[in-house]
Design a protein around this ligand. Structure first.
Ligand code: ATP
Ligand code: MG
Length: 318
């Protein structure tokens, strides 16, 4: 879009996935990876891959886990000039194993990795000064440096007439202190577009009930809310009162990680490319659904042609 690229700030990780279902990592077991990952990285990768102008702010280590991420982002058209390569700490990582009930055990190394070592550098300032949109993942707030970068980038973008989106992406494994809760509330108030799933809608609004939460968020200044509903699709609410529902595609879910991030990256890119809500919802649902058919958090991110093909060949739920 003419105002400048969509930028996303936050954790860049590799993910290493257990190939069997069960409880955690307390026995030696088969694992597969490293896959490029981190919710903000997945989002921006799908955004770039579908043809949106996209750039990432974050940090990796000077190691192969870092190169796995940089190579993928570059391949998919993402500007990596504001990703720092840390000389001392290793790239962040997440080991994940699915339990029989679909829940996940994680072993994270984020706070003590390169993932958390980004800041307001000249490269970041230069990028933020020419960006048109900032997307924030709530998960990024778990890193102490994130808020300073997000706040400064948001100010620059708002002054230029750009826009801001937020995926609350709250993880029960990541506990938020009072200061982080306050930052989250400020982010909600700053956002034009909100991309919650499940109970995040009510949590962002601070009130219970879907309709009440939507109304409250519009009062707070949000203009568009897209509620992600997993295999039940998604709904867009707009401030003018309109509501558009999109049915999910019928797929075999192999690995649910990254669905919400791919949905968001595709939806936002399409909206910024000027598409109407209905069409953007179609690409968002296709991107989320396609991604869950592949093992690895961003392995199923699609190009526009791949998603068109997916849409043409995949049934939607009634
Ligand atoms: P995440 O776990 O990545 O944070 P999320 O909770 O933010 O995910 P979801 O609602 O799970 O987001 O997924 C986003 C979108 O992807 C959904 O709105 C839907 O269109 C699509 N999607 C996700 N899972 C499935 C599935 N099993 N079948 C079909 N479509 C799916
Ligand atoms: Mg999510």
């Amino acid at each position: 879009n003419s105002l400048g690229p969509t930028i996303c700030v936050g954790e860049i990780l590799v993910e290493i996935v257990a190939t069997t279902v069960g409880d955690g990592f307390r026995q030696a077991q088969p694992l597969v990876g490293p896959y490029p990952s981190g919710a903000p990285a997945i989002f921006i990768d799908q955004c770039g891959r579908i043809g949106g102008s996209a750039a990432m702010i974050g940090a990796v280590g000077d190691d192969d886990f870092g190169r796995v991420n940089l190579d993928r982002l570059i391949r998919d058209g993402v500007d990596v000039s504001a990703i720092a390569v840390d000389a001392t700490l290793p790239t962040g990582s997440a080991f994940v194993r699915y339990r029989a009930d679909g829940s996940r055990d994680f072993v994270y190394n984020i706070a003590t990795s390169a993932a958390a070592r980004f800041g307001w550098t000249p490269a970041v300032a230069g990028l933020a000064a020419r960006a048109g949109h900032l997307h924030v993942m709530g998960s990024a707030l778990s890193m102490p440096n994130a808020w300073g970068v997000i706040e400064q980038a948001a100010q620059l973008i708002k002054v230029r007439g750009g826009s801001i989106s937020l995926d609350p992406n709250l993880r029960k494994e990541l506990r938020y202190d009072e200061a982080t809760e306050a930052q989250f509330a400020r982010l909600v108030a700053m956002s034009d577009l909100l991309l919650p799933s499940g109970e995040e809608l009510e949590r962002a609004a601070g009130v219970t009930g879907e309709a009440a939460a939507v109304a409250r968020l519009f009062e707070m200044g949000v203009t568009e809310i897209v509620l992600k509903r997993g295999d039940e699709g998604a709904t867009c609410f707009q401030r003018d009162g309109s509501r558009i529902d999109a049915a999910a595609f019928v797929v075999d879910e192999v690995d649910p990680t990254g669905a919400g991030d791919c949905f968001g990256g595709a939806y936002l890119a399409c909206r910024r490319l000027g598409m109407p809500v209905e069409q953007a919802l179609g690409y968002g649902c296709a991107a989320g659904a396609r991604n869950v058919t592949r093992r690895g958090p961003m392995e199923g991110a699609g190009t526009r042609a791949e998603l068109d093909d997916f849409i043409r060949t995949t049934k939607r739920r009634a």
